[in-house]
Design a protein around this ligand. Structure first.
Ligand code: DC
Length: 231
């Protein structure tokens, strides 16, 4: 087998199971896994805690004035088997996954200056390849030359049910209709924003996993990764 390392870019709508399969593939290949959405979530959480964003307002200039002070990093947690998100030295893995953060993240991630800063950081992470990154613009903007690009889809109902169970299992008191509304709103905002909207790159392979088991999904994508590795 060709030992050259590659970049695997996984894009798609929210809750399409990108991170689940990305983690599995990264573990199998001994690659780094980066959840780029966690970075946008961390900036959003920062904006919330500083009072720059709430239901009534979004003080973009306030956020921009503090952007350079936001330190975002991943630290690998051996017992969990994946890297957790740290914001200015504090583990915020739990805080960034709430529905409240999900409700504001599309607004924050539409700000070009925020994207510029995070994209630069993401590109540095991929400099030595051997990376699986998931998000919305990984195959189109962050790594347009990635050796393997996947575009994951599933019906919005399927995705909302998945996200609902995930939030419930974490102890969040959520209503299914609110989760579905969030999934549909983010689909719309993420794919219609001006800067780096979510769309399928011409050379991305589309995977609709609405009816796939986790095993089937893993086997399908691993085969594609092995083909890309052997090219
Ligand atoms: O993957 P996720 O659902 O945790 O991502 C949260 C939000 O972050 C998503 O709704 C849009 C934004 N995002 C982005 O704009 N670009 C990325 N590469 C990843 C996420």
């Amino acid at each position: 087998m060709n030992q050259q390392k590659i970049i695997i870019a996984i894009d798609g709508f929210s809750s399409t199971g990108k991170s689940t399969v990305a983690k599995q593939i990264a573990k199998h290949l001994g690659y780094i896994y980066i959840d780029s959405g966690a970075m946008y979530r961390a900036v959003t959480f920062f904006a919330m805690t500083q009072g720059f964003i709430d239901l009534e307002k979004f003080n973009i200039n306030g956020l921009l004035s503090k952007l350079k002070n936001i330190d975002i990093s991943f630290k690998f947690n051996k017992s969990l088997g994946f890297a957790e998100m740290y914001l200015n030295g504090e583990n915020v893995e739990k805080q960034i996954r709430t529905l409240e953060v999900s409700n504001f993240v599309s607004k924050v991630s539409a700000v070009p200056e925020v994207r510029q800063q995070l994209v630069l950081q993401q590109q540095k992470m991929g400099i030595n390849k051997g990376i699986v990154m998931d998000g919305r613009d990984i195959g189109t903007v962050v790594f347009p030359k990635a050796e393997l690009k996947l575009f994951m889809t599933a019906s919005s109902d399927t995705r909302a049910i998945r996200r609902f169970h995930e939030l419930k299992s974490k102890g969040e008191n959520v209503v299914y209709e609110d989760v579905l509304k969030n999934v549909q709103e983010r689909d719309y905002l993420d794919s219609t924003r001006e800067d780096s909207p979510l769309y399928k790159a011409d050379d991305a392979i589309e995977i609709d996993n609405s009816k796939m088991s986790l095993d089937e999904q893993f086997t399908t994508i691993l085969k594609l990764a092995e083909e890309a590795l052997n090219k």
